[in-house]
Ligand binder design. Structure first.
Ligand code: GAR
Length: 193
């Protein structure tokens, strides 16, 4: 368990697949008194995810599921139910959850995506944005529904692209904004539910 159990704090699970910088940021956020969440569990779809190092170091409960089979999702659902998780934050989670899974957590799964949705859904966002000579990109926190990167938008942040930017520098710029946006979006979302 991470963060103090404030009676009104929402029991949250974070799903990751990679570096986990958003996860780290959300865990730090959850420890603040003013945070509406506390992180009870982290699930990784990748046993080699960099984020796991942080979890080990900080003795945070985590589990690994590859989410390849229905069986995995069912096991995950069981764990989430047992732990009475009320909210799932996808944070660099690169698997697509089944319609069934999403239905069971209807309206209670949030995702952060590195573009100004509805533009640039899916993968390789920064490469496509740069190829198209866009002047702006950004990040979006949205509710997950059964269509990829299409659920209701909670908050977005625009980021200006300079002529010198490449996918790597743009990704870095946007990630910095993601770390500000996700906690803000959680506060907004949870003040309404
Ligand atoms: C972030 O930029 C996040 O928006 C993106 O992956 C990165 C993960 O970074 N997510 C997606 O593309 C989801 N489709 P992190 O592991 O350091 O948080």
């Amino acid at each position: 368990m991470v963060g103090s159990i404030g009676i009104s704090k929402i029991k949250t699970a974070i799903f990751i697949s990679g570096n986990g910088s958003n996860m780290k940021n959300l865990i730090k956020f959850s420890k603040l008194k003013t945070s509406p969440i506390y992180v009870d569990l982290v699930l990784s779809s990748n046993k080699k995810a960099n984020g796991i190092r942080y979890l080990k170091k900080n003795k945070i409960v985590y589990k690994i599921f590859n989410f390849k089979k229905k069986k995995d999702e069912n096991k995950v659902l069981k764990i989430l139910k047992k732990k009475k998780i009320n909210l799932i934050c996808l944070a660099g989670f690169m698997k697509i959850l089944s319609k069934d899974f999403i239905k069971k957590f209807n309206g209670k799964i949030l995702n952060i995506h590195p573009s100004l949705l509805p533009k640039y859904k899916g993968l390789n966002t920064h490469e496509r944005v740069i190829m198209n000579n866009e002047k702006f990109s950004g990040c979006t926190v949205h509710i997950v529904n059964s269509k990829l990167d299409s659920g209701k938008i909670i908050l977005q942040k625009e980021v200006r692209i300079s002529k010198k930017d490449n996918p790597k520098t743009l990704s870095k710029k946007i990630l910095k904004q993601e770390h500000v946006l996700y906690p803000k979006a959680l506060k907004k979302f949870l003040s309404k539910t």
